[in-house]
Ligand binder design. Sequence first.
Ligand code: UD1
Length: 402
Amino acid sequence: MKISGAKNAALPILASSLLGGECVITNVPRVVDVTTMCKLLNMMGAWVSVEDSRVVIHAEHIHSTEAPYDLVRKMRASVLVLGPLLARWGEATVSLPGGCAIGTRPVDLHLAGLTKLGAEVSVEHGYIRAKAARLTGARIYLDMPTVTGTENLMMAACLAEGTTLIENAAKEPEVIDLAASLIKRGARIVGAGSDVITIEGVHELRGMDHEVIPDRIEAGTFLIAGSITGGDVCVDRCLPRHLEAVTMKLREMGSKVNEEKESVRLKSVGRPNGLDVKTFTYPGFPTDMQAQMMALMCVSDGTSVISETIFESRFMHVPELCRMGADIKVDGHHAVVNGKATLTGAPVMASDLRASAGLILAGLAAEGETEVSRVYHLDRGYEHIEDKLRDLGATIRRVKAA
Ligand code: UD1
């Protein structure tokens, strides 16, 4: 089963097209968040062409530097246009993202970093307004290694005058992929993937041709689909080293996991064992795999504990899993899961993107039929998930809500 391009790498790379030049981006997943980003760039006046997984963008002339509430409300990652707009076009007006199903999710570190780069930043009437004739390099220390914050600041610093240091930067593979695409365009970036990124500003960036890295979260989700059904699943066109936090846990739970250069195969061996997982920034266990891992723990042998350290309320899937017979108790940032031999199918409701994947996985293992509603969350980040699961032998179909 082939893994699509990473949504979380594609989104900042698409946003970075606002920095100039012709950008040809391939292996872009066809998911709703990508469509939303393309729509936003198009609304600003960029020329955008999408053909399957290839997106071409020219942003030589734009007529708006605003990201309206309607789009940001649908996708928080719209805030990724802030850095490039400010650096290249001298101003940006971006709706302030509100809270969401997984927590309050502030963007204060993005704004503090841009202020350090010399921007005038204010929040008025629900909008972030930022202005700068030309940004100037600075030393920025992030209190938290925020992923999109690191990306926004790295993009902004590319065209700033002088050198910028981002300390306590996010180390996620998606940050490295964005940096790689910017370096192809003439950006001078060193250290992406470590916790200090140095960017020496240049006057302009050219275009590039860039293939987005595979989606490690999609790959991890399908490996868990294999384990939860006692099956044998091979995910192709992925980067096994990006999946290590997940594959290590799956091995500890008893599965056989074999890695090749660009594929991972999981073979189940009996019922998985329960174990403890703590979400952490990369290379730790990804919070975006927490709901899927919890679904697996629900049918594992013994007790498991999940500690969620990234987002404060990312347990919205718990009551839904309990509707399917799971035994889970939440205490603050921790969830204790007592594994059951079986779950039973039930109507359940998705609260966010990864929660919906967790519920689908639980449904694959449950006796009887499970109906997951609000699957529009799923379409934000998974490409044809039901077709891919059907190809692996699942009985799954999409039905129109009554
Ligand atoms: C990105 C991913 C998302 C993933 C998350 C954590 C994209 C498009 N989204 O989201 O799928 O779940 O990383 O791996 O790449 N924080 C602040 N102030 C800020 C920014 C963040 O306090 O200005 C806090 C957040 O509330 C959270 C933590 O930092 O507790 C990490 O969030 P962050 O890394 O920023 O997540 P996103 O970049 O929004």
